[in-house]
Design a protein around this ligand. Structure first.
Ligand SMILES: Cc1cc2nc3c(=O)[nH]c(=O)nc-3n(C[C@H](O)[C@H](O)[C@H](O)COP(=O)(O)OP(=O)(O)OC[C@H]3O[C@@H](n4cnc5c(N)ncnc54)[C@H](O)[C@@H]3O)c2cc1C
Length: 251
């Protein structure tokens, strides 16, 4: 377990039967870029059982936050969903990932397109002051099947607007567009539909995009963006009009 660091769970919030968030303590030496993911998990029969998790808190907080699915027969999350405050949790020491602001060309608007727990890395990006310094607008689209899966919905509509450091930026530049596909809601289109029908008004000359979701979502949304003339960042360190978490497509 030498490459792992042990932290303690400090906060847990269950959103519904399929989703929960939790926070852990954070070692001073644990550094990451907003948008990164880390391997995280539990010791089961003395051995680490780890899965990739996007870090949902920004890198200036003294805690780490995560948003997790509950897979009822999932090796990790069937256990993780039952943990309690004070329980130990293990993290790899080196967060990584390609879903970072640094790899985006300059632009006017930043679109963060997420399905399900793909929201997690964007919770950290929308709290990154750099997002507001680089872009005139930051638009978060969160697409889920059911309303109960709109984790952080109330936070984005109220508390976030009063954020201690970012409130002014957020009120001026942040837009939150939740969309629910399987029950009535104010917005019900899938992300591909929103793009293809022109509802987001995406323009590759000035709008930059970050994508996070399932492999199918990444494939479909990337091809909708490509059809508009978007160029993907081909690898870490090379600029593009949009970025995706490459670990999702490579696993
Ligand atoms: C780069 C990366 C970042 C990730 N970040 C997160 C994150 O922030 N939060 C998170 O909950 N998961 C995230 N995942 C998925 C995560 O690694 C695990 O798959 C998940 O925690 C379930 O673990 P498990 O052992 O219980 O089940 P697994 O055996 O890992 O998965 C069982 C099945 O559950 C489904 N599944 C797994 N994860 C999800 C999910 N997030 N949403 C919907 N269905 C899912 C899939 O069909 C999968 O085959 C990420 C994966 C990658 C590759």
């Amino acid at each position: 377990m030498a490459a792992l660091v042990e932290e303690k769970v400090t906060w847990i919030k269950h959103w519904d039967d399929n989703l929960f968030s939790f926070r852990t303590t954070r070692d001073d030496a644990f550094r990451f870029n907003n948008g990164h993911f880390v391997m995280l998990g539990l010791k089961v029969e003395g051995k680490p059982l780890l899965r990739a998790y996007s870090i949902a808190s920004p890198n200036y907080e003294d805690f780490l936050e995560f948003l997790s699915i509950k897979v009822q027969d999932g090796p990790l999350t069937s256990r993780l969903q039952n943990m309690e405050i004070g329980d130990p949790i293990f993290l790899s020491k080196k967060p990584v990932g390609s879903l970072v602001l640094d790899d985006l060309n300059p632009g006017r608007r930043l679109f963060l397109l997420a399905t399900g727990t793909g929201l997690a890395p964007f919770l950290s990006i929308v709290k990154d002051p750099e997002a507001y310094e680089r872009f005139d607008e930051v638009v978060l689209v969160h697409c889920v099947r059911f309303k109960s899966e709109l984790a952080y919905h109330d936070y984005f509509q109220k508390e976030f607007l009063e954020h201690e450091y970012l409130g002014e930026y957020v009120r001026e530049k942040f837009r939150y567009l939740p969309t629910v596909t399987r029950e009535p809601f104010e917005r019900s289109m899938r992300i591909t539909e929103l793009i293809e029908k022109g509802h987001l008004g995406l323009d590759p000359a000035q709008d930059r995009v970050m994508l996070c979701g399932s492999q199918n979502m990444l494939r479909d949304v990337a091809s909708a963006l490509d059809a508009l003339g978007y160029q993907i960042s081909p690898n870490q360190g090379t600029l593009g009009d949009y970025v995706i978490e490459r670990a999702f497509v490579e696993t």
